[in-house]
Design a protein around this ligand. Structure first.
Ligand code: C6P
Length: 418
C-alpha cells in the first residue's frame, strides 16, 4: 500500500500540508524533468516566503550598520536585530536575552565554548566527554583544546541501534570530567538522545553540559531551562532560516565569567593602547558587524514555525518517519542504519551493491534530493564499518507521496545498476 492508496491526513496542527507547501516557493519546480522531492532537510531546510520577504524588506528599506548610528535606518536595523534575539530567547525559553549569543552557526558556537569556557579551565589529564555519534563540529573543537592543554577526549560508545550507552557513560564520567558535550539528535542516524538523563547525572557530578542542538531544534520543542543544560547550540539554516547565522545559548553566570573569544568592534566599551574594557553580554561575544539580515531572517523563521506549532510539526514528522521506515524496510537489499526506538525524521540507509554516492546521483535524475556520504560523522560510519550512507531527512512540508517517490526512485536505481 502506498500513500495514494491509503487515506492519510497530511495536517500540521490546523494547517494542511498542501497549504504549507504553498508557502515555500522553492518546492514548486522541476528538477531533471521531475517535480522536486526535497529530502535533504537535515543538511539545510527551505525558506517560506515570509522569511525571504523579511530579508528582502530589510535590504530594501532598513539596511544600515547596528548599535552605531543615531540615524533612523541604523536604529531600525538595530531594533530588528535585537528583536530577533528576543524571538530566539522566547523560542528556546532562555531566562534573558543576554544568554542568546549570535554566532555563524552551530560550529562557531561550539568553538566559542571550547576556546572561551573550557580551554582556560583545563589542566593536563582533565577529561572532556562526548559520544560516538557526534558530528565533527562536536569532536574537532575539543580535540583542539586537548592538544593545547594536555586534556583527554573520552568517548561514550554507542549501541548497534545507534543509542548512546548510558551505562558506559556512568562509568566514564568522573572527577576529571570538565565538560559533557552531546548531540541532542544525531544527524547521521536520527537518534534522539535522552539528554535529560545524561544532564541529571552530570549535574550530580558537577559537570557542565553542552548540547549540540543542530538537529533537535527543527523537530521538537526545546526549553533550555527545562533541559537544565549550560550551553545549547544551533544553526538557523536547519530551521527555515538563513545560512551563516546561529545561536549559542549559555547560562548567564557562565557567560559572565568567560573572557571574550574574538576581539574587535562592538564587543568593547572603551579602548586605549594600554587597556580595553569589554561590552556587556551578549555583545561581549559578538565582535564585528554581525549577519544582520541573517538574524532578521531567523526571527521571521521562528515566528513562522511558532505559527505552525513545534509540537504539531513534531507530531506530523513522526508520521512521516514511521511511514518512510515502513516503506524503506520493504525495499529488497536495503538496510536502515540507526534503529533507535526514538528518532527524529531522519532515515540513513545502505543498499546492496550500490554505493550511496551512485544512489544519490541516480535519485537526483528522478528529481529526488537526498544526502549521501559520511554526513560529517566519520566515527559513526567507522562504527558500522561502512564508508557512507544515503540519508533521507524530512521536514513538515514533505508528504507521504514524496516518500513513495523516494521508494520508486530507489527501485529505479536498483534496475539501472542491475
Ligand atoms: N549537519 C548535515 O547534513 P553548521 O555547519 O555549523 O551549521 O552545523 C554543523 C552541525 C553540527 N551538529 C550537527 C548535529 C549537525 O547536524 C551539523 C550540520 C549537516 O548533517 C551538514 S554536515
Amino acid at each position: 500500500m502506498n500513500a495514494a492508496t491509503q487515506s492519510v491526513i497530511e495536517q500540521v496542527g490546523t494547517r494542511s500540508v498542501s497549504s504549507i507547501r504553498a508557502d515555500f516557493p522553492i518546492l514548486h519546480q522541476q528538477v531533471n524533468g521531475h517535480p522536486l522531492v526535497y529530502l535533504d532537510n537535515a543538511a539545510s531546510s527551505q525558506h517560506p516566503q515570509v522569511v525571504i520577504d523579511a530579508i528582502s524588506q530589510y535590504y530594501q528599506k532598513n539596511h544600515a550598520n547596528i548599535h552605531r548610528g543615531v540615524h533612523t535606518l541604523s536604529q531600525r536595523a538595530t531594533d530588528q536585530f535585537e528583536g530577533a534575539r528576543e524571538e530566539v530567547r522566547r523560542f528556546i525559553n532562555a531566562g534573558c536575552s543576554k544568554e542568546v549569543i549570535f554566532t555563524r552557526g552551530t560550529t562557531e558556537a561550539i568553538n566559542l565554548v571550547a576556546e572561551s569556557f573550557l580551554r582556560p579551565r583545563l589542566q593536563p589529564g582533565d577529561e572532556i566527554l562526548i559520544s560516538a555519534l557526534e558530528h565533527h563540529a562536536n569532536i574537532v573543537p575539543w580535540q583542539h583544546v586537548c592538544q593545547h592543554t594536555g586534556a583527554v577526549l573520552k568517548v561514550i560508545p554507542i549501541t548497534q541501534a545507534g543509542e548512546v550507552d548510558f551505562t558506559a557513560f556512568e562509568s566514564l564520567i568522573g572527577p576529571r570530567t570538565k565538560l559533557l558535550a552531546l548531540a541532542h539528535v544525531s544527524n547521521a542516524l536520527g537518534t534522539v538522545v535522552p539528554v535529560e538523563n545524561f544532564i541529571a547525572a552530570a549535574r550530580k557530578a558537577g559537570v557542565p553540559v553542552l548540547l549540540d542542538g543542530a538537529q533537535a531544534i527543527p523537530h521538537s520543542v526545546v526549553d533550555v531551562q527545562k533541559l537544565d543544560c549550560d550551553f545549547y547550540c544551533f544553526s538557523a539554516h536547519k530551521l527555515c532560516g538563513p545560512t551563516g547565522i546561529g545561536v549559542l545559548y549559555g547560562r548567564e553566570a557562565l557567560l559572565q565569567a568567560m573572557p571574550p573569544w574574538q576581539g574587535g568592534g562592538d564587543m568593547i566599551l572603551t579602548v586605549s593602547f594600554e587597556k580595553t574594557t569589554y561590552n556587556q553580554l551578549p555583545w561581549k561575544f559578538e565582535a564585528g558587524t554581525p549577519h544582520i539580515a541573517g538574524a532578521i531572517g531567523l526571527g521571521a523563521a521562528l515566528r513562522y514555525l511558532n505559527s505552525l506549532g513545534m509540537q504539531n510539526i513534531a507530531a506530523y514528522e513522526q508520521q512521516l518517519l514511521a511511514y518512510a521506515t515502513r516503506q524503506l524496510s520493504k525495499v529488497e537489499g536495503l538496510r536502515i542504519i540507526g534503529t533507535a526506538p526514538h528518532k527524529a525524521a531522519v532515515v540513513s540507509f545502505v543498499t546492496k551493491n550500490i554505493h550511496p554516492h551512485d544512489l544519490g546521483t541516480i535519485l537526483d535524475t528522478e528529481g529526488v534530493a537526498i544526502r549521501t556520504g559520511h554526513h560529517c560523522a566519520m566515527p559513526v560510519m567507522s562504527f558500522y564499518g561502512i564508508p557512507a550512507t544515503a540519508r533521507a531527512s524530512f521536514a513538515f512540508y514533505n508528504t507521504f507521496a514524496e516518500i513513495d517517490r523516494l521508494v520508486a526512485a530507489l527501485h529505479h536505481a536498483q534496475n539501472v545498476m542491475g
